[in-house]
Design a binder for this molecule. Structure first.
Ligand SMILES: [Zn+2]
Length: 185
């Protein structure tokens, strides 16, 4: 099954790729060889990856200009702050402050999260965990909204709230967030 799916995407299964590699390569390790050389190749790789990740996780202060330019570019292309917030998990207040220029320095990790948002966030293909969305929906329901009403507000054709419990599209997460915001005191 998996092999077929990979082939369909133009990728070869790992066993096939590994077959013509010498021992002492990580690919062969992943394909199932646990000989000394292959195990060592894999542990070298893991060590290297941990080091890169530790370095990449640096979280000092950086100039917010790059993030600001990126947010503005995304906005021009139809990815608003709520979508950026839903995909990146950076708070709306920080996104606002960066975009307006009020905040001139941000944490490196925040910058990385913002820069990682692409215009793909516009589409329905991008999913985020549904927890925060459902919390807002529960709140709306407790305030007297009906599910049908919420579904309508989300642009559903039928008055049924069909949202997955585990993951929702960025688009729906952003819509629920906007709806919730609109009815906050
Ligand atoms: Zn081997």
């Amino acid at each position: 099954m998996i092999g077929a799916a990979l082939h369909a995407r133009g990728l070869r299964p790992i066993a096939e790729l590994a077959a013509d590699r010498p021992h002492g390569t990580r690919l062969r390790y992943l394909a199932g060889c646990k000989c000394f050389l292959c195990r060592r190749a894999n542990s070298d790789y893991e060590r290297h990856r941990r080091a890169v990740r530790a370095a990449g996780d640096w979280n000092g202060l950086v100039d917010a200009a790059a993030a600001r330019a990126h947010l503005r570019k995304l906005a021009r292309r139809g990815v608003g702050k709520r979508m950026v917030h839903a995909v990146s998990d950076v708070s709306l207040s920080v996104i606002d402050a960066v975009r307006s220029g009020r905040k001139t320095r941000i944490r490196a990790r925040t910058e990385r999260k913002i820069l990682a948002v692409t215009t793909a966030a516009r589409g329905d293909a991008v999913h985020v965990p549904a927890g925060p969305t459902w919390e807002r929906i529960e709140w709306l329901l407790s305030e007297g909204f009906t599910k049908a009403r919420i579904a309508r507000e989300l642009g559903a054709k039928r008055p049924a709230l069909q949202l997955n419990r585990h993951r929702v599209t960025v688009r729906n997460a952003a819509k629920v967030e906007a709806l919730w915001k609109r009815y906050q005191a």
